[in-house]
Design a protein around this ligand. Structure first.
Ligand SMILES: [Fe+2]
Ligand SMILES: [Fe+2]
Length: 387
């Protein structure tokens, strides 16, 4: 017996908008649904660099958009999965999780039209009823007449007004400096504004980073970037990744304390106790998220190099080690012993990481500052490898 009726509204939500919400409300009423799950899609593996915000930012906007409606529930199943999840897998997961439940999969007339291109549509349609809403330029009833012959699908039509807004239209409006208040929930609008999302970016990353760093930090970042490129050549890794990671590694460094904390909440940055009490450290983990959301960086190795550039971690990649060391030895840095460290950086990368870490520990101890446990683990990890 299927006692419960749950709607499933999946999407990239890049960003979620009022059209999604009004369709959900109409479906809820018309089909007497108990609740609707808003399932934010993960980043599709083959669609990189298409102006799709990272999943953590898109999902956060979904959470903000539905937080005042107890029947609308944000679902991060596809976002937290390591691999890309098709609707079929997600629906199977829901079937297992919610017993005695009938599922209603809400889709636009545009994706309904493309049903034959979905991943195993027949298997999916055995698990749920489709609820289709009208989209400009599509004739959903005509499509149904054609599709039902081959797919035997249970389809109902949502009586909502034709939805004329789309996420791509909204992104375009933002790029053109237009106001999007009419199209997205207020909290989503504020989120987009305060984080400067979907803004057009200068192709020259140097010019972009110059806008958010003070002069000293900008010169330091150029130094890290140049040093990292030289090291990348020595250690045979991709120099353009080293260039980008070096340039962006401190992209969250010059934010005010309140802005940094707001962004940590906006981008779901998880901080450990040590980082919470040593605010100067949060710019690394936050920097990773800023680079993804605001600079469109999708390359995982660059993002990780930014994330671990201050603390390091056991099992660092070559790029992570290079940024970690370049941050300490770049030309504008000065301290006792830096010259020998600069030489070591081009001779033995692991030893250079160990020595940079020891220098940081010594510096902190001298100043009476606590040392993060990662530092000792990192040294132990690399010393074991050297033996
Ligand atoms: Fe830094
Ligand atoms: Fe730095």
């Amino acid at each position: 017996m299927e006692n419960k009726r749950i709607g499933v509204m999946g999407g990239t939500f890049n960003p979620i908008h009022k059209g999604h919400l009004s369709v959900a409300e109409a479906a809820m009423k018309q089909f007497k649904l108990d609740k609707i799950l808003f399932v934010t899609g993960g980043n599709p593996p083959h669609k990189k660099n298409l102006n799709i915000l990272p999943a953590f930012a898109r999902h956060k906007m979904v959470c903000l958009a539905v937080e005042d409606n107890e029947n609308f529930v944000p679902c991060d199943y596809e976002v937290t999965k390591k691999t890309y999840s098709y609707s079929l897998e997600t629906m199977k997961y829901f079937k297992k999780t919610y017993k005695d439940t009938a599922f209603f999969f809400i889709v636009g007339a545009d994706s309904f039209h493309d049903l034959p291109t979905w991943h195993r549509p027949r298997a999916l349609l055995e698990l749920c009823t489709l609820l289709v809403y009208d989209r400009k330029g599509y004739d959903m009833k005509k499509d149904h007449d054609i599709l039902k012959k081959e797919y035997y699908c249970h389809v109902d039509f949502i009586d909502s007004e034709e939805i004329n807004i789309s996420s791509s239209f909204i992104r375009e409006e933002i790029k053109n400096g237009k106001d999007i208040t009419d199209y997205v929930p207020e909290k989503v609008n504020e989120y987009i504004k305060r984080n400067n999302l979907y803004q057009p970016k200068d192709k020259d990353l140097k010019r972009e980073i110059r806008k958010v760093l003070n002069k000293e930090r900008y010169i330091h970042s150029l130094g890290v970037s140049n040093t990292a490129v030289k090291m990348a050549k020595i250690y045979n890794i991709n120099t353009s990744k080293a260039y980008i990671a070096g340039l962006l590694h401190d992209c969250a460094k010059n934010l005010s304390k309140s802005k940094a904390l707001q962004k940590c909440s906006d981008y779901d940055v998880e901080l450990d106790d040590f980082e919470r009490s040593n605010r100067a450290l949060i710019h690394a983990k936050l920097g990773e998220r800023v680079a993804a959301a605001e600079y469109g960086i999708t390359d995982e190795s660059i993002l990780l190099a930014i994330k671990w550039h201050t603390l390091g971690r056991p099992g660092m990649t070559t790029l992570e080690k290079i940024i970690y060391v370049a941050d300490v030895i770049e030309p504008s840095r000065e301290f006792d012993g830096i010259e020998s460290l600069r030489e070591l950086a081009f001779e033995d990368l692991d030893k250079a990481v160990i020595e940079c870490t020891k220098a940081t520990i010594a510096y902190n101890e001298k100043k009476g500052k606590p040392v993060h446990p990662n530092a000792y683990e990192l040294i132990k990890d690399l010393e074991n490898k050297q033996q």
